[in-house]
Design a binder for this molecule. Sequence first.
Ligand SMILES: O=C(O)CCC(=O)C(=O)O
Ligand SMILES: [Fe+2]
Length: 318
Amino acid sequence: MLSDQQLNAFKSQGYLVVNDVFDQTQIIRPLINEYEEKLATLCVQWKADGSLPNGSNSWHSFDDCIKAVYDAGLDYFQPLDISLPPEQITAETPMHAGDAVFNLMTAASLLDLIESIIGPEITSNPIQHVRIKPPAKQLYQDESRAHITSTDWHQDRAVTLEEADHTRMITAWIAMTDATVENGCLQVIPGSHRNPMLHHCPNPQLAIPQSQFDVTEAQPLPVRSGGVILFDPLTVHSSLTNQTNHVRWSFDLRYNVTGDPTGRPMFPSFVARSGRNPTTELRDPAIWRSLWKNTQHKLISEPPVTIHRWPHDPLLCA
Ligand SMILES: O=C(O)CCC(=O)C(=O)O
Ligand SMILES: [Fe+2]
């Protein structure tokens, strides 16, 4: 649970850094193993079908694999992501709903922090991603995907549909690798959660024009592997550039009060904790996987889903 001091800091600043939330042996190492295995499987397939050059045989690390796969122009992101994409969902669209991810999402140490802020009726919100970011110097010049390169300034409320504008929600940003100023940690505008929703421009990333806030107030938030940054859905945030030679890896998860709209109704949510009715808590990762599988089957036959509300505004988004 958060101390009164931590809770007050969260309420006044709109964010809180908490180190050492996840046990390295129980949670972080199994996640690394699960991702290493998944990436290795992908690489075997890509080599077999000729899309990955043979020279890439001598990888020694997860880092090297990610770099080689990115260099070859292959999409490692979607198969490793923990959500379906917003569009072009087919029967083959991959995603990663592994046991170790489920254990992260439902870890008591994280839910305790969330409970301190929004109470004991907690739903795991399906707006969730992995971000495995190669060194910036290695990226293609036109790379703009927020899961691969630095993320532009935004509020998370803006990535939901209007139905969730009053949803009591928290983002939990989890450092897998140590997150530093050099490798592209998160940064926030302290106190900006007291703003209303600011205007967001849709392209190339969803972003608040810099005329709408004071970017000189930006506060970078380094956090160690296994630590968490909690923030309010209206806190203005972005991430820095990865200027190192190593991959920077994080997950971002969201939780809302059970019963409030998630803001992405086409994707599956589940009860992660319930003080009132613990039997409603989902404890089985196989059921979580099947929720996503069923969603996928349903969405194949439907038109692309809209995940945010922002049209291009020619005045604000020049
Ligand atoms: O890690 C990043 O680059 C940005 C993450 C983010 O925007 C979020 O967690 O809401
Ligand atoms: Fe965000």
